[in-house]
Design a protein around this ligand. Sequence first.
Ligand SMILES: Nc1ncnc2c1ncn2[C@@H]1O[C@H](COP(=O)(O)OP(=O)(O)OP(=O)(O)O)[C@@H](O)[C@H]1O
Ligand SMILES: [Mg+2]
Length: 453
Amino acid sequence: MAPPLQITALTAERSALALPDLPWDAPLSRWPAETLAALPRGISRHVVRFVRLADAVVAVKENTEELVRREYGLLRVLRRLDVPCVVPVAVVTGRTAPDGEPLDPALVTQHLQFSLPYRALFSQSLRPDTATRLVDALAVLLVRLHLAGFYWGDVSLSNTLFRRDAGEFAAYLVDAETGELHNELSDGQRSNDVEVARINIAGELMDLEAAEYLDESVDPVEVANSIVERYHSLWEELTGLESFEQGERWRVQARIERLNELGFDVGELAISTDVGGSVVQIQPKVVDAGHHSRRLLRLTGIDAENNQARRLLNDMDGYIAATDRQNDDEEIAAHDWLAQVFDPVVRAVPRRMRRKLEPAEIFHEVLEHRWYRSQEAQRDIPLLEAAQAYVDEVLSQRPDEQAVILQTGLMDTGQMAAVGMDPDEAPLLGASGPDDPDDPESDRIDGWLSSHG
Ligand SMILES: Nc1ncnc2c1ncn2[C@@H]1O[C@H](COP(=O)(O)OP(=O)(O)OP(=O)(O)O)[C@@H](O)[C@H]1O
Ligand SMILES: [Mg+2]
C-alpha cells in the first residue's frame, strides 16, 4: 500500500493550515493555473511554483525526500540564527497520483514579499552599477552566513533573492540544499565559498551579456572578481584584531561606530593588554547584524531592511531635533514622527500603486525626490508636496514590484524565459492587472500597511 500523504508544518505559519487543500496528487508542473501565482522566479533544476494559500503566497519545490528534509531543517536553523533567508513552512511527503504512481516530496516556503531574482532585475531599466550592487549585497550575506557557521557550497546570484534597500540591495538565501552548519568555519571553507561565488557570478553575468541584458560597460569577470575583495574587507572589519597604544582608547569606540555604520551590533569585544600594559588589542567577539532594523522595529514597529531603516531613523532623528524633543521619551517622539511624517507620506500613494514598492522604500524615494526638487527649485519643498510630485512623476511610471510582470505586456516570451517564467502561464498574467483596485491583493497590502503603520 502507498504511504499516506504527510504534511509536516510549522504551526506558527497560518498558511500551513490550508496546505491539505492543494492538489498534491498531481505533479507540480501540472498544477492548474488558478492555484498558481505568477511572480518572477529564478532559474532552477527542480520544479518550483508559487501558490496562493489563504492570505499568503508560498513557494513549492519538488525534490527528493532526503534533500527536502535537509533543506527544511537547515532553513529552520538559519532562521533561528537570524540569517536572512526564506521562511520554511512545510515538508510534504507520501504523495501519490490517482493511479498509485509515487510523486516527489515537496518543500514549502513563504514567498519572500517584494523580492526579485537577479534576472528579473536585469529585465527592467537599470543603473549601470546594478551588477556591482548585487555583488555587494551577496558579499554581506555571505559574511553573515559565515559568521553563523554556515558553509553554503553553492553560492550564486540564482540562489539568492534581492530586495530593495534604500537604493542598494539586501540579499536573502533562497537555496540551502547544499549547505552545512559548523560551529565555526575554517579559512579554507570560507575561501572555498568565495571562490564558488566568483565563478558562478561570472558565468551568470556572461549569460546575461550573451542575452544582451547587461550594460556594455559592465565586465562580467571584473564584477565577479570584486566579490573576493568585498568579502574579505568586510570580514576583516567585522572580525579583525586591532592594536593601539594605551592612550588611544577612543579607537575602541571608533571601531564600534564603524561596525554600527555597516549595520552590525557588537555584542561582545575581547580586549587584552600586553605585559607592560602599553599596547591594547581589541577584537569583536559577537557581531549581530541588523542594528538599524532592530532599532526602527523597536521604536515604530516598521520592519525594514537595514539601509532603509537607517534612512528612516535619520529622518526621525532630524524630526526629533527640529521639534526640540531630544529630552522626551524616545518611543513617544518616534510615535509622533510615525503619525505626523511617515504615515502621511505612505497615505499620499494611491491604493492602486501601493504594490509597486514597499512603504519603507517609497519613503526613502520620496526623501530623495524632495532633495532633487528642492535643489531645482532652490527652496525647501514640503514633504507632502514632494510625495505628490513623486507619485505623479516617478512612481506612476514604475513597474509593479510586489507582483512584477503581472501584465503580459511588460515582457515577451524571451524575457519571461529569462526570469524563469513559463510562457504557458501567461494567460494568468493579465487576469488581474497591477493597477486593478478590485484586486483582492490590494487589500492584503493595505492590511500590511496598516499593521505596519
Ligand atoms: N520562498 C521563495 N520566495 C521567492 N522566490 C522563491 C522562493 N523559493 C524559491 N523561489 C524562486 O525559485 C527559484 C528556484 O529555487 P531554488 O534555487 O531553491 O531551486 P533549485 O532547483 O534547488 O535550484 P538549483 O538549480 O540551484 O538546485 C529561486 O531562484 C527563486 O527565484
Ligand atoms: Mg537554486
